[in-house]
Design a protein around this ligand. Structure first.
Ligand SMILES: [Cu+2]
Length: 124
């Protein structure tokens, strides 16, 4: 009986701590957004002649950072779609490019050098 009582006291005591941590997380996210003034950025790497992850889901307006993390290989990501497209050109190893997806839809990013590379982007 005393054990139960003690447990409930402890968990009640942790609530303010939890709320404080949660509040800090929300404030930090807000501060980060205020500092950058930019929507979310999802990182996609190119390694072993493949996009990783191979599929991502975004909200309209969010961005993807496409990183060439593939040793000595050059990549060339592009997207052709009736509603939206881009071509980031040849990407040497270690380089990064950021692309925004302003329109809703389902898109496939390809590599102009490695035809098997595909990145599916669902924009909601
Ligand atoms: Cu490639």
């Amino acid at each position: 009986m005393f054990g139960e009582l003690r447990m409930s006291v402890v968990s009640a005591r942790r609530w303010p701590q939890f709320l404080c941590v949660a509040g800090f997380a929300v404030a930090s996210a807000g501060a980060a957004l205020a500092l950058t003034g930019s929507p979310a950025l999802t990182r996609v790497t190119q390694k072993g002649r493949a996009f990783a992850p191979g599929a991502v889901s975004l909200q309209a307006g969010e961005r993807i950072e496409i990183v060439n993390d593939d040793g000595e290989l050059v990549h060339h990501a592009y997207l052709e779609h009736p509603d939206f497209g881009f071509d980031i050109g040849e990407q040497s190893p270690g380089s990064k490019s950021v692309v925004a997806f302003p329109k809703k839809g389902t898109f496939t990013v390809l590599c102009g050098i490695h035809p098997k590379m595909k990145l599916l982007v669902a924009v909601k």
